[in-house]
Design a protein around this ligand. Structure first.
Ligand code: PMP
Length: 401
């Protein structure tokens, strides 16, 4: 007789989030008294703006918020998302096309669940955010990676997508600005991908969670609005977490053709029902209230972005493309692998990240977490002083051969 009963094969196939693992290790070391500086977490270091917090306080005084509401979200928030989608994605939609979710993450899961069937292939541009391949597999799909390195600005081309296409291709993921690379596709590149997907009847899942965090006058063009035919093929994912420093509030959404929104709302009605009304009220204020705090946070990210790119570029063996969006630097560090550093010769970035944490108390996420060794992700959503101290430690570490 076996002592352990089996778990579901689908659940057993899920990998632990590598980004959270790095973060947990860094936090444990810090708790033990080590002066750890972590570039690991993908969340703003700012507080949620006061007007948003006040809206949540007011929501607690309204007993209407103590009850279940429609699974797809509060009508006020769905309307606010309609206006936001028009403003930032250039797409005219109806509230019936919007589902409010527990963070953008739930929107990602639900979109794959609604669009991908058993055995379908999903084209996944790499480097990719760690959650996508897991969510694709949970839906029964097969991720098909298409890799774009630093030499092509971490942006895949239509030729690469076409080479990966088979008759089983159901969906292509489009993330601009990207986590982990910060790359933003140009309007022309975006349009070319939209045309290709429409021509071949392929769904587009566009994760626009970083769309308001772009720099150098760059704007992230929404793939849904770049050609008129794209809207029918596209599901947008977005949320308040990154733009409004609201990671802990858990409000995201999905916008798509009405039949998709309906299917997702059905799924959510059995999964989590509505998102906390207090958080939804806060999100209404985030989207419809003053946007000055957003501009201030973006200006701070921009300053830190230039700082980290300049400082990392000084390390021999690091190639650091300038990220145009999000809050991550993603250097290609293949130049330092296979060399001896302080008695150790790392051959992968997994080993390198471990070495850096052990010897410099600096936490970074290895490229393996995003599909391929040879890269490090550094979130620059931390205060200027720590940010500089951490990169100086890295410079000192790599200055001795
Ligand atoms: N998409 C991307 C690309 C992300 O980086 C994240 C957060 N790391 C999310 C979606 C989900 O964000 P949340 O669930 O906090 O809204």
């Amino acid at each position: 007789m076996s002592t352990e009963l089996p778990l579901s094969p689908r659940i057993l196939a899920i990998n632990e989030s590598a980004t959270l693992k790095v973060d947990a290790k860094a936090k444990a070391l810090k708790a033990s008294g080590r002066p750890v500086i972590s570039y690991g977490a993908g969340e703003p270091d700012f507080s949620t703006p006061a007007n948003i917090v006040d809206a949540a306080r007011r929501a607690l005084d309204d007993p209407g918020n103590f009850r279940y509401t429609p699974a797809a979200g509060l009508p006020d928030l769905r309307r606010a998302v309609v206006a936001k989608t028009q403003r930032d994605s250039g797409l005219t939609v109806d509230p019936a096309q919007v589902v409010i979710t527990n963070g953008g993450k739930q929107a990602v899961y639900e979109a794959f669940a609604a669009l991908v069937g058993e055995g379908d292939e999903v084209i996944l541009p790499a480097p990719y955010w760690t959650t996508y391949p897991e969510a694709i597999r949970l839906a029964g799909g097969t991720p098909v990676e298409v890799f774009a390195g630093a030499d092509q600005g971490y942006r895949v081309t239509v030729d690469q997508l076409e080479a990966a296409r088979t008759e089983r291709t159901r969906l292509v993921l489009f993330v601009s600005p990207s986590n982990p690379t910060g790359a933003v596709y140009t309007r022309e590149q975006t349009e070319a991908i939209a045309r290709w997907a429409v021509e071949h009847d392929i769904w587009i899942l566009a994760d626009e969670i970083y769309q308001n965090l772009t720099y150098d006058g760059v704007t992230a063009t929404s793939i849904a609005s770049v050609i008129p035919e794209a809207a029918d093929n596209t599901v947008l994912v977005n949320g308040v977490a990154k733009t409004y420093a609201m990671t802990g509030w858990r409000v995201g959404w999905l916008v798509g053709p009405q039949r998709v929104a309906k299917a997702v709302s059905n799924l959510q009605s059995h999964l989590t029902s509505n998102v906390s009304n207090v958080s939804q009220r806060a999100a209404v204020e985030a989207l419809t209230g003053p946007q000055d705090a957003v501009a201030e946070m973006r200006a701070a990210f921009d300053r830190r972005r230039r700082l980290i790119v300049d400082e990392l570029s000084k390390i021999d063996g690091f190639v650091v493309p300038v990220p145009e969006g999000a809050f991550y630097a993603y250097p290609d560090v293949t130049g330092v692998l296979g060399r001896e550093w302080h008695g150790v010769t790392p051959t992968t970035t997994l080993e390198l990240a471990d070495l850096l944490l052990d010897q410099t108390d600096v936490a970074v996420v290895p490229g393996e977490a995003f599909g391929r060794s040879g890269y490090l992700r550094l979130s620059y959503a931390l205060d200027d002083e720590s940010l500089l101290e951490g990169v100086h430690r890295l410079q000192r570490f790599f200055s001795v051969d």
